[in-house]
Design a protein around this ligand. Structure first.
Ligand code: ADP
Ligand code: MG
Length: 701
């Protein structure tokens, strides 16, 4: 069928009409024939088997029975009425029960006529009953285009209420197949179809909605998942090709004084293998002539800073300036001090610019940036202000990616004729599976090795009832000269409930650890930034023993003397957040601890999260579990979930198909990058269609 026909508004399908069309649009986003055909079941019921009533067992899943209703009766109770039918087959009797829609059922059910019923059964009062069964006259059942594996489509409450049941959806799709004669053009080239023994697209579409057998269903799903992932990968790969060709970058081909001297004489420690590898990758990028746009992932404490510095030194060696941007003032100051220290033997000029930089200093910085006296500028968002003009910015490094939006990143670009190279550093590991599907070939470097001699942070889960023991432990650690974090969940910084939890917590801590022996800092989102910084600063300097805080301390803060992280209501935190928080300790030479406090009532997911935390400290492993628990959309933040809005494939479960699809997409582009070969005509066509209908580009920076 022609693609135009597939773009027909759903209103035109027989059996739809304006009301239903409206609901389909609003509830399921189905606008066109195409959308309906791409509306896939999320599971299938196995209706290959018919049960006799005397074969029913307690605890069986959904069952299918053929029989007749011989009697209908209503019961009125305080809690509401119910309608009960006696249902029999030749082996016995059971009951069908309705709590809703009784009038309609009473008027429409036929007595003493064979029905096929389907549903879950309960054992009650010595008999099986089935609440709200799916029912169909046996005669109809035999006539319908329906198969043993029955699809179940996603639904919503509104749809169910409006009578758009699973069966209605199924009928509409049936109608669509009739109107279009199930004649779908194939989108994959012949050679791929043959090599992978894929069934045709038309056959796949039919069998995903009306599977003739388990085997055909599996083939249909494979074919459609492959196709979906193939086009996602094709788009990503092409995007990368375009990126590499069009965006020219400065060529940094000198490795000179700064880098050389630092590497040979001032390295404070031996680099880990992973750090060396990543620096090599970055050097290759910087010398390639294309603009670098690289993501550097490395767990907290893996040593990203030194990589950042050495990359900046390469920029300097080639006569360019570099900047390093961090999300908070505290982090910027830490970076500034750290880099000053590392570079004290070099002739580099490093400046700090933040919101609280004094006007006179600010002016000086603006001038020195423009005349090139500043080599490296470190700071916060203040770097993005219009007045900040570099003479020749060659490399921009952004620490903790998730706090900066794409638009902000783009702003840095526009300070120059050519865009600077960009290195984004993040401690939130994106699972490899996800990174690949999100970024395609976009450059990702990974530091997957911690510096030697790091002690693993001992992580335990304790119930609130053990609080006294935990307090004693805190006291002992403070006596040894250590500092302690106590973190409360403040999911929404404005929620007054959470705020109350925090203040209650603070008060009880203050009672337990009284002045003057103990000094406590408190930091939360409702404080003025200046007060926040003051409190944080006291803790950093070791003037306070305990830091009571919300998750504002999550990012980057480095207090090597802090050795205990207590996380209150740990069940309310996501895995990646727990992992980030834990990373605040274990930065010094001492054994560090993370204590996850919870109540006794825990959901299954919460249990998994806690077990993962106590079981591993590998950020990538944690990220993979997180991905499985929450799904990719959540993990990446809502703005990015769109790119993963896959209709049938699952990025986690179908990873092998993803790899395959990626390999084939690569192969195709290697041979025919513009997709002009007549054999790839349909690929080109489908690709163009996708490009106009959904905008995947927006999500990738
Ligand atoms: P992050 O990746 O979290 O930004 P940092 O760069 O702050 O990590 O490094 C954490 C700590 O590890 C710092 O104190 C740093 O000096 C130290 N460090 C980094 N690399 C090494 C190494 N190769 N050997 C020993 N210590 C290292
Ligand atoms: Mg860091």
């Amino acid at each position: 069928m022609s693609a135009n026909l597939l773009q027909t508004p759903i209103d035109y399908l027989k059996g739809v009409g304006p009301n239903r069309a409206d609901l389909l649009r609003k509830e399921l986003g189905i606008q066109t024939y195409q959308d309906l055909i791409n509306f896939f079941p999320n599971r299938y019921l196995d209706k290959t088997r018919f049960y006799k009533i005397n074969e029913l067992q307690q605890n069986t899943a959904e069952v299918q029975v053929v029989g007749k209703i011989v009697h209908l009766k209503s019961f009125d109770q305080k809690k509401g009425s119910r309608l009960v039918a006696d249902f029999i087959d030749e082996t016995g009797k059971m009951e069908l029960v309705w709590f809703r829609g009784q009038k309609w059922i009473r008027e429409n059910l036929k007595l003493n006529t064979p029905y096929v019923i389907f549903g879950k059964t309960n054992w009650f009062n010595g008999m099986f009953n089935m609440p709200h069964p799916e029912m169909e006259l046996l005669e109809e059942h035999e006539k319908n285009l329906r198969t043993a594996m029955q699809p179940v489509y996603p639904s919503t409450e509104k749809l169910t209420k409006a009578g758009i049941t699973n069966r209605v959806i199924n009928k509409l799709i049936q109608q669509l197949f009739i109107e279009t004669r199930g004649n779908f053009y194939d989108t994959l080239p012949e050679n791929i179809r043959t090599e992978l023994k894929l069934i045709s697209r038309a056959e796949a579409m039919f069998n995903v909605h009306f599977p003739k057998s388990q085997e055909l269903l599996a083939k249909a799903q494979f074919r459609l998942k492959f196709e979906e992932l193939f086009y996602v990968q094709l788009q990503l790969l092409i995007k990368n090709l375009i990126h590499k060709q069009k965006i020219k970058g400065f060529v940094f081909d000198q490795v000179g004084e700064n880098f050389g001297e630092f590497y040979q004489e001032h390295l404070p420690f031996e680099l880990t293998g992973a750090q060396k590898r990543v620096i090599k990758e970055i050097r290759a990028d910087l010398g390639s002539g294309a603009q670098m746009n690289r993501l550097l992932q490395g767990d907290v404490g893996s040593g990203k800073t030194i990589v950042a510095l050495m990359s900046m030194l390469i920029a300097l060696d080639n006569g360019f300036q570099a900047c390093l941007m961090a999300p908070t003032e505290i982090l910027s100051v830490q970076h500034y001090n750290g880099l000053l220290d590392l570079c004290k033997e070099l002739k580099t000029s490093i400046y700090l610019l933040t919101g609280s930089t004094k006007t006179s200093k600010r002016k000086e910085i603006h001038e020195k940036l423009e005349n090139g006296e500043i080599n490296i500028l470190i700071g916060t968002h203040a770097l993005l202000e219009d007045k900040v003009k570099f003479q020749n910015l060659g490399l921009a490094i952004i620490d903790e990616q998730h706090r900066f939006g794409v638009a902000q990143r783009a702003k840095l670009w526009h300070k120059n004729e050519l865009p600077p190279h960009v290195l984004v550093m993040t401690a939130t590991p994106i699972p490899r599976t996800l990174a690949m599907s999100l970024y395609g070939d976009l450059d990702v470097s990974v530091i997957d090795e911690l510096p030697p001699g790091r002690q693993e942070i001992k992580t335990v889960h304790r119930f609130d009832s053990n609080r006294l023991k935990v307090f004693k432990f805190i006291r002992d650690e403070i006596a040894k000269g250590r500092q302690v974090y106590i973190v409360y969940p403040l999911i929404q910084e404005s929620a007054s409930m959470d705020y109350k939890d925090l203040m209650d917590g603070y008060e009880s801590i203050a009672r337990e650890f009284p002045l003057p022996e103990f000094q406590i800092s408190i930091v939360h989102g409702q404080m003025k930034p200046a007060d926040k910084d003051y409190e944080m600063d006291r803790f950093v300097k070791g003037e306070t023993h305990i830091m009571v805080a919300t998750t504002v301390i999550e990012v980057g803060v480095n207090v090597p003397n802090a050795s205990v992280m207590i996380i209150e209501s740990a069940e309310r935190f996501g895995l990646s957040q727990l992992h980030q928080l834990r990373g605040r300790v274990g930065r010094g030479a001492e054994q560090s601890y993370c204590i996850l406090m919870t109540g006794h009532k825990l959901s299954e997911d919460a249990k998994t999260r806690l077990q993962t935390m106590t079981g591993t400290s590998d950020g990538f492993e944690i990220a993979e579990v997180d991905l499985k628990l929450r799904g990719p959309g959540d993990l990446m933040g809502t703005q990015q979930s769109g790119v993963l809005n896959l209709k049938i494939a699952d990025i986690v479960k179908d990873n092998q198909i993803l790899q395959l699809a990626r390999a084939y997409a690569k192969q195709l582009l290697a041979v025919d990058p513009a997709m002009t070969d007549p054999r790839n005509k349909m690929v080109r066509y489908t690709y163009d269609q996708l490009a106009t209908h959904k905008n995947i580009w927006n999500y990738i920076s």
